[in-house]
Ligand binder design. Sequence first.
Ligand SMILES: [Zn+2]
Ligand SMILES: [Zn+2]
Length: 343
Amino acid sequence: MRVLFGKAPFEFEWRDVPVPDLQPGKVLVRVEAGGICGTDLHFLRYNDEWTPLGHEVVGVIEKISEGIEGVAIGDRVIVENHAACWRCKECKNGRPQYCENLTTYMSDQAGFSDYLVVRYDMVHHYDPKQLELTHACLAEPLTVALDVTLKADIKLNDEVVVFGPGPIGLMATKIAKLQGARRVFLVGSNNSTPRGAHRLEIGHRMGADVILSYEEHHVAETILDAVPTGVDRVVITAPPRTIKDAISISHFGGIIAFNGIEYGAGSQITFDANEFHFKKLQLRASHAIPNHYFPMAIDLLTRRIIEPDLLLTHVFSFDEAKRAFQILTNPEEKAIKVVLKNS
Ligand SMILES: [Zn+2]
Ligand SMILES: [Zn+2]
């Protein structure tokens, strides 16, 4: 079977490997499609080692090990990429989000492959009559958006800022509105490239009330002009340097939820700790590993509360993987979520 590996700088290799063995407690999933994530792009930019790519997987159950209930051959499923063990101290103390013994296929298998073997409880059913295969690929990134947005603990009528109009930030914008945000200010880096402009335009359609870009606005000043006492909640789905502005625009008692990885010098930031202290702010990290909220994500997509058509911009076949990655990284292309189909 084929497996897609990648490494910096944007090198790809389809490897031919045996279909993995079906161990006890596991299921074999035939991969039908998968979304490309920003994390895949990070691997291709910064990782010198060949790394398996893809972790937003949708497929069909092809084999089941003995004694497993609740899953049948032919079931259409969305696959979790990390799951808690349910046995370690943290899991047993009721905190599976801090599981010390996570199960993942990402260490030795790739989502962009013909088959995956995963633990039987890492698959979620969806109804392909109500949710298209390519749209189902949005469930995993939606769990990430739910994790970071719910961490911000948005209350009714809160003023909310979302940094980053990528797939996660766009979904966070909608979730914030669903939670009763008074206004959502969506902030992007630029409005001048086709990609930047398109993402901000979709931001409007996801419910953002005010659209700002660093290229056009002094972001912190503009937000403080609109909300002089500062905003209640900030959701960051952008590089760490935005934390500084998040602190300066936050109101007394504000909460900043953060999901924004960057390697190299960009991971180091400075901010005014006295401001952080006297405003009694909270900075909360989100890393949706293990991914929770799959049932909620699948329901929101199926009911089109989160509208998949607004986010899914491109679908390619596995054979066109390189082109798909190029389009996603090209600012001249209006790409938001790009999905690869195994056909
Ligand atoms: Zn991802
Ligand atoms: Zn555990």
